[in-house]
Design a protein around this ligand. Sequence first.
Ligand code: BTN
Length: 314
Amino acid sequence: MLNSKDYISGEAISKQLGISRTAVWKHIKALKDDGHIIEAHYGKGYLLAKLSDFLTPEKMKIGLECQVFASEMLHFVETSSTNEEVKKLGEKGFPEGAVVIAEQQIGGKGRLGRSWSSPNGGIWFSILLRPTIPPWKASQLSLLAAAALQQTLLKEYKLASRIKWPNDLLVEGKKICGILTEMKGEMDKVNYVIMGIGINANLQEYDFSPELRQGVTSLQMILGEKVDRVRLLQKYLLSLEQYYFDYLANGFKKTREICKRWSYTLSKAVTLYDNGKKINGKAVDIGEDGSLIVNVQGNLLSFYGGEVSTQETQ
Ligand code: BTN
């Protein structure tokens, strides 16, 4: 009724639906809370000005092809951090594949204790995993998330993004996605993993703070138009599910191939920090275990995490 060219009065809605005017008002408010823009004009009634593009479970479920992932889906218009929300689900015993999505995070977390800017328009979500792998392998899941997204962007938009080891996705050398994988476990057992992914989808330059602007970009900025966030997240969750179950069955091989093929880091001069010590070398390979292999003065050393900066080289 709201989705027409003309305003419709509250009275007409209440008559057609056989509900009170107060009930109509409550429904209108609920629709507004879900992000729909509804104009209310005194004397004329209501008009749907713009449908929400919120990533609500109702919308996400239509056309979602996942078998296991996202069977449980929570959506927040605003939350502190979806990783923190998934942590709660992990503690409560929610099943593998449970997803938490937020339109906006006010305490978005980045790697190495940094914050992650998460305004409206991005895709900010986390997924709960319960893999039967030793804890040292958990960091491979960040590369898996990056590989699955790299392939999704390639298929959906013919966009050739690059994977910056250990877990960023770059386009034109600027960050378009960040991944934060956290784990709750014991010495030899993973209880659960929280895979948190932030995709700069429909963001414009002004959505980023001036300090960030140089190093980041978004799908909208690169493609010149907004992307369908619902479709992108549906396709990505499917790809993520396929990579994940292939990983559990067959190991890290497939992820490693994608990470090598689309690497931003390999063949570049890199600077890393090992226990605070600065190390310069050339990135030459990604190990079968997911490590970055660096040639440091003729010796091949493996690195397992931390910050890597790159410089162009021959
Ligand atoms: C990084 O590059 O530093 C990692 C950024 C990870 C951001 C995502 S957004 C969804 C999830 N919730 C968070 O608080 N962080 C991750």
